[in-house]
Design a protein around this ligand. Structure first.
Ligand code: EMZ
Length: 387
């Protein structure tokens, strides 16, 4: 097996039963594994809700470390749509030409810095740095602020030894509180100020609602982007020919990004709380229990994807659910896609090959399933392309 591979641990259960079971902090989760069932369940927000108590739909559940409702993520229609409409245009800004130019400058500079080093740890010294700097563009705040976020490490709710780290979470909440205070006092052209000035049904967003959007923005796009970027680097280290192909056929880069998101599935699953006794895939589920939409499994379903365990860079039909599905599809997807496109393009322009020295895989423990989502660390060297 190649080191950059992400095996599919769900295949057998998906074929045989369509569901998997895991316990998360003593609360069982029925994992929905087939593409068709995942999509169907995602649509049915009445029976499978997101607007449960804050933190419960996340696996692992964050109920013990978070009181703030993330918005629009933990709301259901129709109210969900009202909040989504406020944030949607802002989160489409990455499509603007000047945004893309700034992102390209940032990523070029980082790749140049990396080229100068004999050894780089991709998670901490590349992916986290890239993600944090790019986030300054999404929030429309000064570039220097990225230094603070880099100092927090890869996950805002997790630390190296605890899956859920309340102290760490509090650093984020306190930080956001202070930034909201600053924006109230001194409104600017940043995301905080935009939210503070926004209204839903004629009423200004409350401070807690603004905080809810900001917590989502910080938390949702952090380890996910870091995993996507790091897995892409690992893949390219074993597929130098793909860099060559991007140089010759840059028009496939958009498709390649979708394919990597499908294959990497940076977010394994997302939960829903069941509102009434029902069935999923012929299995009974009780009211007030949890199911999860297992994006990572659905994305390897061979009923939908030919050769699901291969990265086919120009895969023609790719209805992956790597960014979720239905009304809750990822708000940050435009930003994430731009990051990945610019990254692949920049690497193709500057890099001949990537050498891997050593690495440790990051394996999620989902009871019956152990899933590789990326790396705890991976040390590499970038070799420059010379003509
Ligand atoms: C939540 C989640 C959103 C959660 C799309 O996913 O991402 C997780 O990384 C966070 O821990 O709070 O934002």
């Amino acid at each position: 097996m190649q080191k950059s591979e992400l095996p599919d641990p769900f295949e057998k259960a998906r074929l045989e039963k369509g569901i998997g079971e895991m316990k998360d902090q003593n609360d069982p989760v029925k994992m929905i594994l087939r593409h068709k069932d995942v999509r169907k369940t995602a649509h049915n927000y009445k029976t499978f809700q997101s607007g449960a108590i804050p933190g419960r739909i996340v696996v692992p559940s964050e109920v013990n470390i978070r009181k703030t409702r993330q918005i629009p993520f933990e709301l259901d229609p129709p109210i969900h749509g009202l909040y989504r409409a406020i944030v949607e245009p802002w989160f489409k800004r990455p499509l603007q030409v000047d945004y893309t130019e700034k992102l390209t400058d940032q990523i070029s500079e980082l790749v140049e810095e990396t080229l100068k080093k004999d050894k780089v740890e991709v998670i901490g010294e590349f992916a986290l740095v890239l993600q944090s700097r790019a986030l300054t563009l999404l929030l429309n705040i000064p570039y220097e602020e990225a230094e603070t976020w880099i100092s927090w490490g890869t996950h805002v709710f997790r630390s190296e030894d605890t899956a859920l780290d309340a102290d760490k979470a509090n650093i984020l909440y306190d930080y956001i509180d202070k930034e909201i205070d600053k924006a109230i006092e001194n409104p600017g052209a940043d995301l905080y100020s935009m939210l503070l000035a926004s209204e839903v049904e004629g009423k200004k967003l409350t401070r807690e609602e603004v905080k809810g959007v900001m917590v989502l923005t910080f938390a949702g796009g952090r380890d996910t982007i870091i995993n996507a970027v790091t897995n892409a680097i690992a893949y390219l280290s074993e597929h130098q020919e793909s860099l060559e192909r991007f140089r010759k056929e840059p028009e496939i880069i958009g498709k390649a990004v979708e394919e990597m998101i499908r294959y990497f599935s940076p977010l394994t699953q997302m939960g829903r709380v069941v509102t009434e006794d029902t069935h999923v895939c012929e299995h009974a589920v009780k009211a007030d229990t949890r199911v999860s939409l297992c994006w990572a499994s659905a994305n390897r379903d061979d009923a939908v994807f030919e050769n699901p365990n291969e990265i086919v860079l120009d895969r023609k039909i790719n209805p992956h659910v790597g960014f979720g599905f239905s009304h809750h599809n990822c708000l940050g997807a435009t930003h994430a896609r731009q990051i990945m496109k610019v990254l692949l393009q920049t690497l193709a322009d500057k890099i001949k090959s990537i050498e891997v020295f050593d690495y440790k895989e990051n394996i999620e423990d989902l009871d019956e399933f152990k899933r590789k989502v990326g790396y705890d660390y991976i040390n590499v060297k970038f070799n420059r392309l010379t003509n």
